[in-house]
Structure formats: C-alpha cells, structure tokens
Design a protein around this ligand. Sequence first.
Ligand SMILES: Nc1nc2c(ncn2[C@@H]2O[C@H](COP(=O)(O)OP(=O)(O)OP(=O)(O)O)[C@@H](O)[C@H]2O)c(=O)[nH]1
Ligand SMILES: [Zn+2]
Length: 218
Amino acid sequence: MSPDKDQDPSEPVAGSYADYLNSEHVDERIDQPRIAAAVREILLAIGEDPNRSGLKDTPARVARAYAEMFTGLHQDPSELMATTFDIGHAEMVMVKDIPFYSTCEHHLVPFHGVAHVGYIPGPEGQVTGLSKLARLVDLFAKRPQVQERLTTQVVEALEDNLHPAGAIVVIECEHLCMSMRGVRKPGAKTVTSAVRGQLRDPATRAEAMNLILSGQNR
Ligand SMILES: Nc1nc2c(ncn2[C@@H]2O[C@H](COP(=O)(O)OP(=O)(O)OP(=O)(O)O)[C@@H](O)[C@H]2O)c(=O)[nH]1
Ligand SMILES: [Zn+2]
C-alpha cells in the first residue's frame, strides 16, 4: 500500500484493524494531559526544575510514551484473534523467542525478555496467523503487569479464541526493578509457564520444551 500523500503521518491510519495495529496509534482513552501534569509533579518532587530547557517537553513526551506503553489496556484479544483458518494441521505450532517489553506494575519500570507461545489445534483444526501469537504477547505486555499474569493471560486468550487441544506459554524475563535498584541482581532471569489441555501430558510438554530449548545457548 503506497502512503497517501495527503495523510499526516502523525495521525492514526483509518482502515482495518490490522492497519490500526500496524499504525503508531495512541489510544485517546489514555489521558495524556493528566499524565503530563503528574510527571511535572514528580520532577518537582525530586528537586528538578521542570522549566529548564532539557525538561520542558518531558512531561508531554512521557505522556506520549505511556500512551504507547499502556495501549494494550484498551485492546481486545478476541478482535485480534478474529481471523482463524483451517489448514488441516493437527500438530503443535510454536512461535518462540518473541521479544517484548512490559512494565512492572509494582515499580513502573520495564521488564523484558522473550515469550514462547505454542498450541495444538483443536478438533475443528482452527489455526491463527503466526503474527497474531506475537501480537497477543504485546497486547498483554502493554499494560501494567506482573510476569505471572502476563503468562496466564496469553494462554487464556489462546484457549478462549482458538479452542486448541492444548496450549503452552513460557516467558523468560529480566526485571529492571531487580537490576537497577532494590536487590540489584542484573542478569537474573525469571521464568514462568502456563500449560493447558494436552500440553499438560508429560510427553507432549517435553516435546514443547525441547522445541523451546533447541538452539538456545543460554
Ligand atoms: N511475583 C512477581 N513479583 C514481581 C514482579 N515484578 C516485580 N516483582 C516483585 O514485587 C515485589 C514488591 O515488593 P515490595 O516489598 O512491596 O517492594 P520493594 O520494597 O520495592 O521491594 P524490593 O524490590 O525487594 O526492594 C518485589 O519483590 C519485586 O521483585 C512480577 O512480575 N512477579
Ligand atoms: Zn518491579
């Protein structure tokens, strides 16, 4: 699709839901003026001068960044997963090493890492587009989160929308609240998993874990 000459690149793109997700759309339900006012207060509270030249645009800039970082609060996973198709594949499908960034709801600093998302199609054989698995991770990551809830929400969205015979989500993250402050353990990884249906079976689960671990040198 060639860009419309008259389209302001800073404006959300009108069109399909896919266009919307591909755009730099920022949800108007996130109250940016309120965020900016709060950030200005934080700057004052730490003893900074919010009017100095380096900081004068910071409240609005942080507001735009937060609107992007928390846009998943206003996105509906079932809309994202609306397109499914039957390609007669009944075996495991996995997208692994999906990189993502999220925000720790305790300290509002990032946690980041990779997600591995897999499922076995259900009796109707419905599969979804591979990119949708990565988009699902982002949708839930772009909210104030804890890693355990993120893991569960992704697996439950797979269950609710694809009705798979089994599903597995494994997430490996570094939490900056544990690296840059507090206990200060940079490099420590937190691993969480959520497993449903046939993937609870030890042999099937072992197959999934082999897929996840293959090619890893960490
Ligand atoms: N279970 C879980 N804990 C998390 C996650 N992200 C951060 N935490 C933890 O949340 C806890 C909050 O503990 P508090 O004692 O209330 O906060 P704190 O005084 O800042 O704790 P420290 O980080 O130990 O300095 C910390 O132990 C964090 O490591 C997460 O995704 N899952
Ligand atoms: Zn934290």
